[in-house]
Write a protein that binds this ligand. Structure first.
Ligand code: ATP
Ligand code: MG
Length: 141
């Protein structure tokens, strides 16, 4: 079981100045940050990252949203990291998210939902490699 997953603090999180609160929530949930950066995705990069949703009706809006301002991708480490982070952030739609989850606390709607988390161990590896080189990951130098 891989111990790492990828989170991205989305543009709404950055714009609402919630980065600190969300990071605090993740640390309190037992995650360790082993890599982090701030970056502004180009439409091309965003399209590659969300290629799985290419045929969905919300895809153009999703690309507008995710490229609106900078984002904060980070690698989080913990036992059972992938499943535990999904649980910590809550359902895609904050109206359906459990009490106390990041999205329930801070997200506005199904699109503007504050944070991304890898949805499988396989995708966690792909998404980590999308944002970070080995040299950028703590303990890997
Ligand atoms: P993420 O991949 O960002 O962690 P998720 O896995 O909970 O979120 P996905 O189904 O992978 O949800 O959708 C990716 C993102 O696309 C969502 O987080 C949200 O920002 C947007 N999205 C998904 N469904 C809708 C929808 N019906 N309407 C608008 N935006 C949506
Ligand atoms: Mg997803």
């Amino acid at each position: 079981m891989t111990k790492q997953t990828l989170a991205i603090l989305k543009p709404d999180c950055v714009q609402k100045q919630l980065i600190g609160k969300v990071i605090d929530h993740l640390l309190n949930a037992g995650f360790r940050i082993v890599a982090m950066k701030m970056t502004h995705l180009s439409r091309e990069s965003a399209g590659e990252f969300y290629a799985v949703h290419k045929e969905r009706p919300f895809y153009p809006d999703l690309l507008d949203f995710i490229t609106e301002s900078e984002v904060v991708p980070m690698i989080l480490e913990k036992e059972n990291a992938v499943a535990d982070l999904r649980e910590t952030i809550g359902a895609t739609d904050p109206a359906e998210a459990e009490e106390g989850t990041v999205r329930k606390l801070y997200a506005e709607n199904k699109q503007n939902n504050i944070i991304h988390a890898s949805d499988s161990e396989e995708n966690a590896k792909i998404e980590i490699a999308f944002f970070f080189s080995q040299k950028e990951i703590i303990d890997n130098q």
